[in-house]
Design a protein around this ligand. Structure first.
Ligand code: EPU
Length: 339
């Protein structure tokens, strides 16, 4: 039986800690249960929101449909040889717990993605990334259920159109599939990526002599804990905006005026700029309005100190977009999904 609840408070289910109610709510922990749910008349006819860890969304109003919470568990072995291991992981598994499982078993490839909030099922959607690693590097297959037909499908890595914080699940196939399992191919041989400056300096601070997976994971945890607010303490959804990719003429104008501006070359015509830096230049860093604001240590993160509404945070993001547009003629794009 399905326990569909009405008028459900979503406050504990979004890391921003925004109070919003959904008309209906139900969780599922296996694909048969999900398929049955999708066939029910009152589920078919409602707008649906599939929720994982709730760490990349902002509710600006109540959700007038059904929220389906993905709790599919388990980490299962698919195949293994001396060099590699492939694991099939339930979409409802907490991302960081999966990373810790890999770190403890010395399965290399996702240690740089330690402490990212959210669930395994959400990872491919926005191709989560940090410290020089993106999850697309290790995903082989995404299993999903099509919402309208209830059929099981799977997408190979090259069918997911992975891009910077993007995939087909966020673009062409948005709201059409429920991700059920993700397959990851990890290396059993060390292959570290410490190209990101902050990791190297943290490892030095930690006095690490010989590179190993546990210390790299710990270095990432230290960096993140220092810069990013813990959603259990201060409501937030990580980076609120994407780092913008802009044309050379704008980049040149900025670097002429601000030689210290962080710039990452993407190709011959474009570079990526740090949205956090742009927002800080506009004077927003650490700004607090009533019980919400811009994080003091990372301007890319908007925070709810408790009791703010989603609309207030959305309006703040709108003001930030406008100032960056006015000062730099750059249009930032929100990374967080708005409901
Ligand atoms: N910076 C500032 N002021 C700020 C914030 C950043 O000047 O307020 C500068 C930093 O000094 C640095 C540069 O901007 O030179 C980049 O900052 P940082 O290394 O903190 O990374 P980011 O580009 O702001 C991205 C991801 C993060 C990820 C980090 C590390 C996006 C939208 N964000 O942030 O991902 O952890 O790189 O790889 O790409 C997330 O997506 O939720 C997230 C936290």
């Amino acid at each position: 039986m399905h326990n569909i609840q009405a008028n459900y408070n979503l406050k504990e289910l979004n890391t921003f800690g925004i109070e919003a109610f959904s008309k209906y709510f139900c969780s599922f922990d296996n694909t048969d249960q999900l398929k049955e749910l999708l066939q029910l008349n009152n589920v078919r006819n409602e707008e649906k929101l599939i929720l994982g860890g709730g760490s990349n969304l902002l509710f600006t109003k109540n959700f007038e449909g059904i929220v389906l919470k993905n709790d599919i568990p388990n980490i299962d072995l698919v195949s293994e040889d001396a060099n590699e291991i492939t694991l099939k992981v339930g979409a409802g598994v907490n991302w960081h717990e999966f990373v810790m499982y890999c770190v403890n078993n010395k399965y290399y490839g996702i240690e740089n993605l330690s402490l990212i909030p959210g669930s395994v099922g959400a990872a491919p959607m926005q191709n989560i990334g940090a410290y020089g690693v993106e999850v697309k590097n290790v995903i082989t297959l995404v299993e999903a259920i099509e919402i309208t037909s209830g059929e099981t499908t799977s997408f190979k890595n090259n069918e997911c159109s992975f891009d910077y914080r993007s995939s087909i699940f966020k673009t062409t196939h948005k709201n059409q599939f429920v991700i059920s399992y993700v397959h990851f191919k990890l290396s059993k041989q060390p292959d570290f990526n410490i190209s990101y400056g902050a990791i190297a300096s943290e490892l030095e601070k930690m006095k690490v002599q010989e590179l190993n997976i546990k210390d790299i994971s710990q270095a990432v945890i230290n960096i993140r804990s220092n810069k990013l607010p813990n959603p259990k303490e201060i409501g937030n959804a990580g980076s609120f905006f994407k780092n913008p990719v802009v044309k050379n003429d704008i980049v040149e104008a900025i670097s002429k005026e601000f030689p210290e501006a962080p710039i990452y070359k993407v190709n011959d015509n474009e570079s990526k700029l740090a949205a956090g830096w742009l927002i800080e230049q506009c004077g927003w860093k650490g700004k607090q309005i009533k019980n919400y604001g811009v994080h003091a240590k990372q301007a890319l993160v908007l925070v709810n100190y408790g009791g703010a509404t989603g609309k207030e945070i959305y309006d703040l993001s709108e003001s930030i977009l406008q100032s960056v547009k006015e000062k730099f003629d750059i249009e930032l794009e929100r990374e967080v999904n708005i409901y």
